[in-house]
Design a binder for this molecule. Structure first.
Ligand code: ATP
Ligand code: MG
Length: 139
């Protein structure tokens, strides 16, 4: 059965461009409820740990550097079928392929600077939420 929770980050490019409000508006309009949320900045070591599954990929260094370059908004979101529905809402990794109405179509500028992260499975949503939030920070 699909889970009710996913994890997201508003990435440094979108925070820098003052798009936090616009992106949260799209998440709320799509029916996602905020369970946990914080503005924070990843160290390079923490960003490397978060994206460890990509450590063998050619873009890993660039990804870690970018994700630790400025503040991000981390959040746990709740909705029925959260992971799949949220991936639909954010759109394709490469904004050139993102459909109309998606967050990346509206706010992403490139494959690297693509505005938002969304978990790709229920298991990763749990791991990623636990990476940022304690039990006291969930509502
Ligand atoms: P995310 O995990 O951030 O939600 P995603 O699941 O759509 O994105 P992944 O394949 O998990 O995409 O890649 C993680 C991130 O690494 C992407 O969001 C993107 O910023 C970056 N990335 C992926 N492929 C490339 C690439 N070929 N060149 C540069 N950056 C890339
Ligand atoms: Mg991913």
């Amino acid at each position: 059965m699909a889970g009710k929770y996913t994890f997201t980050m508003i990435k440094p490019d979108a925070v820098e461009k003052n798009n936090i409000g616009g992106i949260l508006e799209m998440m709320n309009a799509a029916g996602f409820r905020v369970v946990s949320m914080k503005l924070t900045q990843l160290s390079a070591a923490k960003a490397g740990e978060f994206y460890a599954v990509h450590s063998e990929r050619p873009f890993y260094g660039e990804l870690v550097e970018f994700m630790s370059s400025g503040p991000i908004v981390a959040a746990i979101l709740e909705k029925e079928n959260a992971v799949e529905d949220f991936r639909k809402l954010i759109g394709a990794t490469n904004p050139a392929n993102a459909e109309e109405g998606t967050i990346r179509k509206k706010y992403a500028e490139s494959m690297g600077k693509n505005a938002v992260h969304g978990s790709d499975s229920d298991e990763n949503a749990m791991i990623e939420g636990n990476f940022f939030f304690s039990g006291l920070e969930r509502f």
